[in-house]
Structures are given as C-alpha cells and as structure tokens.
Ligand binder design. Sequence first.
Ligand code: KIV
Ligand code: ZN
Length: 513
Amino acid sequence: MSDKRQIKIFDTTLRDGEQSPGASMNLEEKLEMAHALAALGVDIIEAGFPIASPGDFESVREIARQVRGPEICGLARCNDADIDRAWEALQPAENPRIHVFLATSAIHREFKLKMTPDEIVERALKGVRRAKGYCPNVEFSPEDAARTEIDFLCRVVEAVIDAGATTVNIPDTVGYATPAHMGNVIKQLMNRVPNIDRAVIAIHCHNDLGLAVANSLAAVENGAGQIECTINGIGERAGNCALEEVVMAMRVRGDYYHCDTRINSQLLVPTSRLLCKLTGLQVQRNKAIVGRNAFAHESGIHQDGMLKEPRTYEIMRPEDVGLTKTDLVLGKHSGRAALADRIRTLGYNLTPEQVQSVFNDFKVLADKKKEVYDGDLVSLIENQLNGAVEEEWSLMDYTATLHCGTRPHVTVTLQKGNLRETADSVIGDGPVDAAFAAIEKITGVSLVCKEFAIKATTIGINASAEATIEVERDGESFRGRAVAMDSLEAAIKAILNATNRAQSAKRSELAKS
Ligand code: KIV
Ligand code: ZN
C-alpha cells in the first residue's frame, strides 16, 4: 500500500469539456469515451447535465446503465426540476452522484441571480437536501468560489456539509485565481470550517490565465482531495485543468506532492487520441504529455544526451504515458507487420481493417516520399480515424486552374453511395475558397468557415500537408482535418470531413426528434 495520499480524479470531459465549441459528441461517441475513462481509472465521470437537453439526459442515462467502475455523476442547478431530472438519468448507475451548483460570488449574486447572501444559503441547502433525498453521494459547487468573499464561502461550505454534501467543490469558474490565491482559499476553508473533515474538498479550475493545472496542484498541496479535470484540458473558453498534466505532475513529482491517483498513465496518450478522433479537436504539438512533440528531441546537444542516458533530457519515459518511441523510420519496403507494430507503439488501437487502410495510404505515401516519419504516420492514422466519422460524401477527383492575376477555378467531383456529382469550374478568391463553394454546391450543406489552417506534418520540402478547418452552422461548430501530399487535396478533404460531421450531427438530431 502506497504511503501517498490518494487524490480522486473527477473527469468532466463529457460535461464541462463537451460544453466547449467544437467538442460536441453524439451518444455513441460519449459512451465510447466513458468506457475509455473507466479503463483509464478515473474515480468519477461527470457524464453530463441531464436537464440541458434530451440528448444530454439520454447520454447520462446510457452511461449510468453501461459503464461500471467509476462513480457516475450528473449536474443540476439548485432547483427541483434539475435535481429530479438528474436523478432520473442517474438511477441505473451502480454508484451515482448528484452534483448541484449555485453561484456564490457577489457579482453573480447581484447581477445574475439577484439574490441576497441569505437567500443563496437557503437555496443551496434546499438543493443539497433534495439531492440527498435521492442519493447519499452529493456534491455541491459554489460557482465562482474563487471570487467569493472568503467569510461567505466558509459559511456556505459549512452549511452544505451540515445538510449532507459529501464533496464540496471549489470552482475557479472564470480562471481568475493564481496558485498562491487558490492555495490560500483551500487553506482557509480547511482551517476555518469546523465540519470540513466530513466532506472531500474538490478543486475545479478553468484555464483563462493558463494556470488551471498550477492552481489545482496548489489546492492539493493545501488539502484538496479531488481534482476536476478533462482530457486534453478541453472545456469552456480556454478549457479546464488537463487531466494528463495534473496526473503526471503528481506522479513525476511524488517526492514533492506525496500524492498519487489511480490513473493508469499508460492509457493517457490513447485516451487523448480517442478524444481527438471523436471531436476532431486536435491538441497543439507542444502540449505537455500528449502533444506530438512532447518527447521529440531536436537539438544536437539534446539528442547526444538522450543517446547517452535518456534521463538527461526526459523527466518521464514516453512509455509511461502510453508512447513507445523508437527512431525507426519506415520506407516503401516496410511491411504491414512493422507498420502495425509502429501504430501500436504510437499509442493507437486500430482494428485490422483500419490498419489495412492505413497500410494502403502508407504505401502511396512511401512511394512519393523516401522516408516516412512518425509525424507522417500519425497524420495517416488520424486521417483514417477522422474518416471513421460517417463520411457521407467522399472526394473522387478535383482540378484547379491557377493563373497569376486571375481568380482560380476549381472543379470537384464527390461521391455519395452510387451517386457522383461534379461542380464545374467554380470560382473563388483562392483555390480553397473555390473548393469550399464547390462542395457546398454539391452537398447543399451551407457552412461558415471560422478558421482554416494548413501546415507541414514533418520537416522537409516533401512533407505532407495537414489541413484543419472549423466551420459553423446555426451557431454550432464542427471541425475537419485531413492530410495529403498535395495541399489543395488536404484542404478539400478537410472541408469534406467537416461537412460530413455537420451532416452526421443533423442526422442524429433528426433521429432523436
Ligand atoms: O466552472 C464551474 O463553475 C462549473 C461548475 C458547474 C462546477 O463548471
Ligand atoms: Zn467549469
């Protein structure tokens, strides 16, 4: 038995994370993610906000029915309808938790809720008592706790624990805190709330100042026993505390924090990649722990040190987070077995059909490029996984006519089942703009482009191109991504990927109604 204090990991990827633009998932996707989180070893899965929509209710209920291991939690405001609905969704869970919240800061009391401090306490108690009537496991969150006057926060926390809250979460809802500030809030609660030992104190930090992980660690240092976080740090605005970062900080610096979690760290990279696949939201290359460059060593001095002793420049082993690095470069003579092995060591778990499909793409790429690097391979795999999103339309052919000083023309042919359609000589401000218009003409799907980027997947002039796009329809955003040797082809495929995602979301909505 470890002498380290065990910190509970409360994962809110499917609730706070899913709330962020471009991160929406359908029922099957949420279930797949919830099973992955259970395998990863999180203690609590916040599966959604059941009153928010029929879709949210359905996914919380299905997760409660099917996922075993972690506690399953549903969010509710402090009112009867929310709490009743949350309980209805959570009932099938082996170990349910109701999470009620109410804002406590002066700014929220005055402008949002128009309630006095006494009314806030009364409403919070009513909410906790109603939830407690259903379920022994109740969490309360004073929303915007980090900006709440400390005396009032102590009063609320004491009252909700008396009313039966078993966990009290301290959210930094707007990402305003700094580590010293957050540490001090937890310290004050620990010292001043007389019944504090009857509840677990949790921390829930947003990342608006890039401090969510640091603030969560400061809270742990001062006695918090639960961290609320998301895979890849997704969440409202700048996101939430990143699970993989906070977990590895406690593990790698166990000498300092004397804390640990139940997380199977070797599943961190696969779980991160699963989320990227399901949402289309990629992590930045230099993202700690799970970014593509997190274990890449570029400078000669570092490479030399690494060859002599990896610990010179690596504070954790890539395999500890689910990544086995080798310097193996694949080429056109590499076989399927070598490729399959490389895919596994890169942290992906593909079906034999998906491996075959990546192998086919790899052969095409290896014919064009002498050496295929990990970066190329990751792009091919992610391309394949992106393709796993029901691709209603696929690209058959395209041509582009570009002359200096004139607007480009693009012709695109798409296929849907047995149907082939061509949009001929569509003009745009640039070839990507023209391709966007051509795809809209064929599919009839009208989208607004919010962000478009194209970059090389690896070093060198012959690197493949990776295109990413974010589009919007009726305020909902969708992402698309694709890789190809030709940058226009990558762009067309990325637009198509986003179009297919938008259509797939529409089909799921229609199926529900
Ligand atoms: O950020 C926040 O305050 C929340 C609460 C609902 C816990 O997400
Ligand atoms: Zn939040």
